[in-house]
Design a protein around this ligand. Structure first.
Ligand code: AFP
Length: 333
């Protein structure tokens, strides 16, 4: 195994990748690395211990049954972020309101983090890949003052860093701080995230589409016609595309980032605004997609341009290879 570059070394070797103090970026990513290693260990032993699998017995603001691991992951990331010294507050899928860290040190933190601690948690009990998604902003409120909702409700174009952790056949951290996308694989023997996917680029086109086609009869006609196009010989490959839907956004997104493809979660009657949350699912992956040469829209509007109105607002989501997203949009009219 050739000499590996650790996440810490990578960050410190490229201070130009981050528009602010690189030590602050390092502190944020250290928090993510510590928490994700803890979550990864919990996931890997989930079937063997009682307190990890199954439902927590309550529901979150989304009205979804919280899994025990959702709560464990949320706590792990909140603990890591609150002790980073540079983060003044967070918002997460598992908390109704944002959380302001109340230590004197945190009050002078310049960053807020919005995250989904465990996306795809309905897959935990069936051993399918799941992920953590995170989005980082500079606060807009003055240093030392209380964190405000405005610190959280910033458009995706204001993100200073975003990424995800994929708990798959290996545990990977993929992030961008605005100068390209890089992937790091957790080395079990040392517990270090090491550079494994430098300068990730999303193929401009592809032949994989990811969508819950159980909804297709309830979707707008333009999307029905686009899926028929994918399944026909009219597309650029002259062959029907392959449908690949894992039911775990991070896993579907990561596969499309490497192989090319499109992920679609449209507006459906059961979820008129779509199912995915703008702030801590769609924005961070849209940031990664665009940094890697891909595209992310609602089907009609660039995701990163949306000015958020609520913490947990949902949006329709078309994300992936640039030409595939553009083709889908052309069918939507
Ligand atoms: P869970 O976190 O509740 O499993 O939802 C996962 C998710 O947000 C996303 O990761 C999947 O792509 C999508 O929902 C699956 O939704 P459907 O079950 O409606 O297809």
């Amino acid at each position: 195994m050739h000499n590996l570059i650790t996440l810490d070394d990578f960050i410190l070797q490229r201070p130009q990748d981050f528009p602010y103090d690189v030590k602050e970026l390092s502190a944020i990513l250290e928090g993510i690395a510590v928490a994700s290693k803890s979550v990864s260990e919990d996931i890997r032993k989930a079937g063997l211990v009682d307190h990890v699998l199954g439902a927590q017995g309550n529901t979150n603001i989304q009205g979804e049954s919280q899994q025990k691991l959702d709560v464990l992951a949320d706590e792990a990331f909140i603990n890591a972020f609150s002790s980073s010294g540079v983060i003044c507050g967070i918002a997460s899928e598992e908390n109704d309101n944002f959380v302001a860290f109340n230590s004197e040190r945190a009050a002078f933190g310049s960053y807020v983090v919005l995250f989904d601690p465990l996306d795809g948690s309905s897959n935990i009990d069936v051993n399918v890949s799941i992920g953590t998604i995170f989005s980082v902003y500079r606060r807009v409120s003055p240093l030392g003052s209380p964190v405000t909702l405005d610190d959280m409700l910033q458009p995706g174009t204001e993100q200073v860093m975003a990424g995800y952790v994929l708990y798959g056949s290996s545990t990977m951290l993929v992030y961008s701080s605005g100068n390209g996308v890089n992937g790091f694989t957790l080395k079990p023997s040392t517990g270090e995230f090491c550079l494994s996917h430098a300068n990730m680029r999303m193929p401009e086109n592809g032949r994989l589409y990811a969508m819950n086609e159980g909804n297709i009869q309830e979707c707008e006609q333009g999307l029905v016609r686009y899926i028929q196009y994918c399944q026909s010989r009219e597309n650029q490959t002259g062959m029907p595309y392959s449908g690949r839907y894992i039911g775990s956004l991070v896993a579907d997104f990561h596969r499309n980032l490497i192989k090319g493809g499109i992920y679609i979660y449209p507006s459906v009657p059961a979820s008129p605004e779509g199912r995915l949350r703008l702030l801590y699912e769609c924005n961070p992956l849209a940031f990664i997609a665009e940094q890697a040469g891909g595209l992310a829209t609602t089907g009609r509007q660039r995701i990163l341009d949306i000015v958020p109105a609520q913490l947990h607002q949902r949006v329709p989501y078309y994300v992936g290879s640039k030409l595939m997203v553009e083709k889908a949009m052309s069918f939507l009219g």
